[in-house]
Design a protein around this ligand. Structure first.
Ligand SMILES: [Zn+2]
Length: 71
């Protein structure tokens, strides 16, 4: 049981560190391109989910920002 607690703690620490160093992940809808292809594949428009940036803030980073603004 202690091993499990240590492991989950380590996993959390790694995830938090990753969210600090890599705060953005690729947008899931456009897979990081920032563009949405039309069904024909020839036309595109900016992705509405990420506003054409192609990135999304990771959940861990979002929580960290919330926590930081409290101080
Ligand atoms: Zn997108």
């Amino acid at each position: 049981m202690t091993t499990l607690a240590v492991l989950s703690l380590a996993a959390t620490a790694v995830y938090v560190a990753a969210c600090v160093w890599w705060p953005y992940a690729a947008c899931r809808r456009c897979s990081g391109t920032g563009k949405r292809r039309s069904p024909s594949g020839r036309a595109w428009r900016p992705c509405g989910r990420c506003d054409g940036t192609g990135r999304r803030v990771r959940a861990g980073r979002y929580l960290a920002e919330l926590f930081r603004s409290d101080r």
